[in-house]
Design a protein around this ligand. Structure first.
Ligand SMILES: [Zn+2]
Length: 218
């Protein structure tokens, strides 16, 4: 896909983050791996999404050098870079400050598997990365460790992050994570949510991956 098309998609999903209430103002950030090149595109630091232009998006290499773009890259560039290095299967990353996911992250607890669909999408519960200051190498390392091989992670006292094979998937995962976080929090008002046991999680993750969706085998 041409660079310009990828940049347009980043701007589209940035505005969608605002529209869907997953961030406010200049919160969160988006990155995409550049096909066929050891580089990634990342949103600029501190510019409201509706004002981001194609030339504001920064291209960086995996050593942390800026290759192109007129702006300073997102303060969380280390986190994005480290994930792309650790996870060759990940082509897109979206970090949000979604309210309900952030509420769980503020407790520094992991997000347990309490919903079948959550297990189908994420393969099990999600971890909360240990706290470290915004933009530091420590935060980047903590996030990579807590993300593991999943496509979602919470950031202690900060927010959420989802990955995907493309931007649409990274966005959908974030939206689904936030909806699930809302359910998890509300379930505490009704009673005590029952966490699916490990055996069920493993069975459902494998089973639903085969039975769910248009690729399902009858
Ligand atoms: Zn953030």
């Amino acid at each position: 896909m041409a660079l310009e098309q990828l940049k347009k998609e980043m701007i589209y999903y940035g505005n969608l983050l605002i529209e869907k209430g997953l961030v406010t103002g200049t919160g969160g950030n988006i990155s995409v791996r550049v096909p066929g090149k050891d580089a990634f595109l990342i949103t600029p630091s501190g510019i409201p999404y509706p004002e981001i232009k194609l030339e504001d998006i920064v291209m960086m290499d995996f050593d942390g050098n800026k290759l192109s773009g007129e702006r300073n890259p997102s303060i969380e560039r280390n986190m994005h870079r480290s994930i792309f290095i650790a996870r060759p299967d990940v082509n897109a990353i979206i970090h949000t400050h979604a309210i309900y996911a952030s509420a769980i992250a503020a407790t520094r607890q992991d997000f347990p598997p309490i919903l079948d669909a959550f297990v189908a999408v994420f393969g099990g519960g999600l971890k909360t990365a240990k706290y470290a200051s915004i933009g530091t190498e420590d935060l980047a390392n903590n996030v990579v460790e807590a993300l593991g091989q999943r496509n979602g992670v919470l950031l202690a006292n900060h927010g959420a992050l989802c990955t995907g094979s493309n931007l649409a998937q990274a966005f959908d995962n974030n939206e689904f994570l936030e909806a699930s976080a809302m359910t998890y929090i509300f379930s505490h008002l009704v009673g005590k949510p029952v966490v699916l046991d490990q055996e069920t999680v493993e069975k459902e993750a494998k089973d639903l991956a085969v039975r769910y969706g248009q690729g399902a085998k009858e």
